[in-house]
Design a protein around this ligand. Sequence first.
Ligand SMILES: NC(=O)c1ccc[n+]([C@@H]2O[C@H](COP(=O)([O-])OP(=O)(O)OC[C@H]3O[C@@H](n4cnc5c(N)ncnc54)[C@H](O)[C@@H]3O)[C@@H](O)[C@H]2O)c1
Length: 356
Amino acid sequence: MTMKTYGVAVIGCGYMGKAHLEALSRHERTQVTAVVDANAAVARETARQFGIPRWHTDYRVFAGDRDVDAVVIATYPSTHLEITKEYLAHGKHVLCEKPVAANPADTQAFFRLCRRAKAKVMVGHILRHNETYRQAMQMIHSGKIGFPLVMRMSQVKQSQHWAGHLALLQDASPIVDCGVHYFDLMRWATGSELESVSGIGQRLDGDVPAHTYNYGLAAVAMADGSAGYFEAGWGQTLKTDFRKEFTGPKGRIEIIYQCFRPLSQQSLGNAIRFYDFASGEMTETNIPYEGKSTLSQISHFVRVMDGKAEPVPSLEDVCSAMHMALMADQAIREKRVLTNPDARCGQDIPLPHCIS
Ligand SMILES: NC(=O)c1ccc[n+]([C@@H]2O[C@H](COP(=O)([O-])OP(=O)(O)OC[C@H]3O[C@@H](n4cnc5c(N)ncnc54)[C@H](O)[C@@H]3O)[C@@H](O)[C@H]2O)c1
């Protein structure tokens, strides 16, 4: 039996849009039929580069198109709700980049809309499709380092494209924009929910929009007794620093990205470094580098569209991670500790009082 090839429109042709286009062009069952970018030169050049027949500056043009079965949304967070709404209204499947929205009201509206939709919706939590993280989580869940955990995580970047980061900062602080991935990791690792969060934020560069901050740190307590921090920033003078480390009473697991390994080891891919307290041994497992995992994510999305798999992560998991990120952001802005009265987003998405 011939399997259906899905026609896909990609909206937003920046860094992530191009990462999705690479993956879509490699997947045997997806064909990009149109690209859209608000910047006409970017849309035209992207269409030329990837050999895509049609391009436009208005995302609405392709929503009802019969050659479009699905849309990949890689624009800024404040636009995700309206684009999702338009394509779902035409029965198209949606793969939307995180974070799903730029504020709590749009976040609620997004999840309400998705739960009512007949078409499939998946949100781009790419680390859930990354083999290195999957194996690290398997090790944690099998009890190799024990519980409770201390989770130390940072995603700090010296910006190479400051104008792009300034545009993203208009919509979301780095604690929300990057944090949705890492708060999701905290839930994934512990299988538990947020208990409380506090934090600090700093405006380091003079042109950071007045309503936000470009460096933040959130301290998190989980309901199972685990604890952790997430540090995130984009700045012109910040030192790039990525830390993904999980420590328990029996040992420690650290994820080391290929680019941070010694030059002689980079061809081996990423590494999971495991310290076993009982034996005192340190072992390193190489995980062949698979790029940004966008291809694994697209492969899963195709199975979801086929009706053979559920979205990964589930919308409930996406909602809970976003809920944690918004609470962390609010705790930073209000300089107080926020506790989570109802630790997860329920069926009707009752986001907690602090963000409603
Ligand atoms: N999953 C990940 O690892 C990851 C990494 C980086 C960014 N992201 C997410 O991807 C999204 C895009 O980020 P980016 O780094 O690619 O940004 P970017 O600035 O590189 O690209 C965004 C593009 O969207 C276009 N755009 C904006 N509004 C539009 C609209 N209404 N219609 C059509 N085009 C529009 C812009 O012109 C720009 O070309 C964000 O939500 C971001 O958080 C995810």
